[in-house]
Design a protein around this ligand. Structure first.
Ligand code: IPM
Ligand code: MN
Length: 348
């Protein structure tokens, strides 16, 4: 029996609703695996910002460092100016805890509808994972505006790509590819235009690839990659890409694999030097908040990733299987957020 120190950040909109179901499933699987969870809730997001003007106090970051893992719902609210919470809470968490692997699986479960004609474009199914770099790229906020408000305004967002940052995420992606049956890694970038960063990524894949001779590598420009997501998604096994391309293609990946309601993610610090953070890819969906309409499945699958990351592969597999069974029988009848969580928890 082990106690896991778990930080819980419900956040904004539907975040707290879906997190409640994720926790329900976690408790259900934990009960039979000898795992207990010592939870600490952190109030971050729009409410805190309106009340105090704070986004992410340093003291919270320091407390989070002592946790084993973090479960996050969603951050973002239309009552807060665009970017304030994203650049004040979510991104600083990823940066401070060095979540350099943003892991986003795209797996079409049996019985789940895809907007694609899957039997035609992916007869062997859709099952790939995007390793999105999480700490660099244009997300670091390296840029600025000069001559603001004039006809000569210049705005720049500089994409930061360090050899250190690229190499560590590429190595992680190779290791993940090596552990999968197909052992295939696709680098997605745009080196025909972004020559500097593009060539750093390409060279790094080539050099690190020498350590993984059994992994086959491929390259796609990001624009072409979006075409293949729609026309031939079965070609992908592991994709490694930068922060911004990864943001964009993982929304497409979610769409083809059953929708954003099913897309899970892990913000992972593979070194273990800081806790990893698991969150659904979807946002706070303020339009449906408080109506018990949100699908908590993405959060439940994120909980499975959390368990896997902490070394509880059996518990993770059981959660995945419970979700798969629920999805296979789900049909089209509308269920509330808690009904979905109850149904999945009841299978554990
Ligand atoms: C995501 C989101 C975030 C991102 C936003 C909210 C900052 O879109 O997790 O994909 O761009 O990373
Ligand atoms: Mn996104």
């Amino acid at each position: 029996s082990r106690t896991i120190d778990l930080a819980v950040i419900g956040g904004d909109g539907i975040g707290p609703e879906v997190v409640a179901e994720g926790l329900k499933v976690l408790e259900a699987v934990g009960a039979s695996e000898g795992l207990t969870f010592a939870r600490t809730e952190y109030d971050l997001g729009a409410k805190r910002w309106h009340a105090t003007g704070e986004t992410l106090p340093d003291s919270v970051v320091e407390e989070l460092r002592g946790q084993d893992a973090i479960l996050l719902g969603a951050i973002g609210d239309p009552t807060v100016p665009s970017g304030v919470l994203e650049r004040g809470v979510l991104l600083p968490l990823r940066f401070a805890l060095d979540h350099y692997v943003n892991l986003r699986p795209a797996k079409l479960f049996p019985g789940v509808a895809s907007p694609l004609d899957v039997s035609a474009v992916a007869p062997n199914g859709i099952d790939f994972v995007v390793v999105r770099e999480g700490t660099e790229g244009p997300y670091v906020g390296n840029g600025g505006t000069v001559r603001e408000g004039t006809p000569h305004e210049i705005a720049t967002e500089v994409s930061v790509n360090t050899r250190f940052g690229v190499e560590r995420v590429v190595r992680d992606a190779f290791a993940r590819a090596q552990a999968r049956p197909r052992k295939h890694l696709t680098l997605v970038h745009k080196h025909n235009v972004l020559v500097n960063a593009g060539h750093l990524w390409r060279r790094t894949v080539e050099e690190v690839g020498a350590e993984f001779p059994d992994v086959e590598t491929a390259y796609q420009h990001v624009d072409a990659a979006t075409i293949f997501m729609a026309t031939d998604p079965g070609r992908f096994d592991v994709i490694v890409t930068d922060n911004l391309f990864g943001d964009i293609i993982t929304d497409i990946a979610a769409a083809i694999a059953g929708g954003i309601g099913l897309a899970a993610s892990g913000n992972i610090n593979p070194t273990g030097a800081a806790p990893s953070m698991f969150e659904p890819v979807h946002g706070s969906a303020p339009d449906i908040a408080g109506q018990a309409k949100a699908d908590p499945t993405a959060t439940v699958l994120s909980v499975a990733m959390l368990l896997e990351h902490l070394g509880y592969a059996d518990a993770a597999a059981r959660v995945d299987a419970a979700v798969a069974a629920d999805l296979a029988e789900r049909g089209t009848a509308a269920r509330s957020t808690t009904e979905v969580g109850d149904a999945i928890a009841a299978r554990l």
